[in-house]
Ligand binder design. Structure first.
Ligand SMILES: [Zn+2]
Length: 175
């Protein structure tokens, strides 16, 4: 069994309409939260900037939640702009739905694929997604093996549709 890994090289852009210009992309940049306390209620936003005009927008992370419902460590992470919390907030599918954006992963990920050994043969290759990058298996396998898609189609056995995007771990048999 040979493990391949898909992982991000940087945070993806957001596909998000700008209210000030025709750009459809925004970035979290270095990642900044804004925390606002209103009595016992707390709002937490993740700030994003338009890649064209730099206009700042806000993504809702927490909307009027009781201060006490947020763990102190979590709150400190938001106040300190913790990079792992920035990634978690941006990549959270629920946040994407609530704030109506999708992610543009172009140029933001890599495939770590060790060379295929000569034997034993055939070899089973597992693909693990460290980050939820939606990818077509056939394109990914073509990249990992360094061969064209026709050859991929001839040489692999796979249990999921090879041309439908997935971000779930899968495996295939290389013959
Ligand atoms: Zn703009």
């Amino acid at each position: 069994m040979l493990p391949w890994v898909v992982r991000r090289t940087r945070l993806p852009l957001l596909v998000l309409r700008c209210v000030a210009c025709p750009s459809g992309r925004a970035t979290v940049g270095d990642g900044r939260f804004r925390v606002n306390a209103n009595g016992k209620l707390l709002d937490v936003w993740l700030l994003v900037n338009c890649v064209a005009c730099d206009r700042t927008g806000k993504l809702t992370v927490h909307d009027r939640v009781p201060v006490r419902s947020l763990d102190a460590g979590l709150l400190a992470g938001y106040s300190g702009n913790s990079p792992s919390l920035v990634a978690r907030a941006l990549l959270d599918p629920a946040a994407a739905r609530r704030n109506r954006y999708s992610l543009d992963w172009d140029g933001c990920w890599e495939l770590v694929a060790p060379p295929v050994p000569e034997s034993p043969w055939p070899v089973r290759i597992t693909v693990a997604f460290d980050d939820p990058v939606p990818l077509r298996p056939e394109g990914l396998i073509s990249l990992g093996l360094g061969v064209g898609r026709d050859e991929v189609a001839r040489r692999i056995k796979i249990d999921i549709p090879p041309n439908r995007r997935t971000r779930q771990d899968f495996s295939f048999l290389l013959m």
